[in-house]
Design a protein around this ligand. Sequence first.
Ligand code: PNS
Length: 157
Amino acid sequence: MTRVLYPGSFDPVHNGHLEIIETAAKLFDEVVVATMVNTTKDGVFDLNDREAMLREATEHLPNVTVRMFAGLVVDLASEMEADFILKGLRAVSDFENELQMAQMNNAASGIHTLFIPSASSSSFLASKFIRDFTRFGGDISKMVPESVARRLRERYV
Ligand code: PNS
């Protein structure tokens, strides 16, 4: 049985993340999606809200579980006995930072990171742009699950 950990900010989860989660759910026996703290980003939704949105968005996937963790990815991976960390790659610009994190995590604990490329149809999606669009009245309804769109509108409108 292969268990993978898909960590991220998910602030909030969008359709690009969901595509990666759905692909992972086909490839692996068990997928744990963890909303975590990225110290280089200002959080907008707190971890409880991000976790709730992830749960709503993934409830159709029986082998996917969701949790939050305010610590190191390698510690969560070890606690849950993950075989691999999983990350999505949208573009070459993502790669440098993702590679460095993968190497750091591998050096710290021996765990390997697997990358799944996003489909070109969702490779432009980013939580920060979705928040901006909502804040200034743009239409994000095709970019996020309905429950996320509702929470974004409640937050910004
Ligand atoms: O969706 P993001 O913002 O690209 O996800 C980045 C995230 C949350 C996975 C990264 O910031 C992270 O791993 N945070 C947890 C703390 C940690 O383990 N930092 C060391 C990374 S080498």
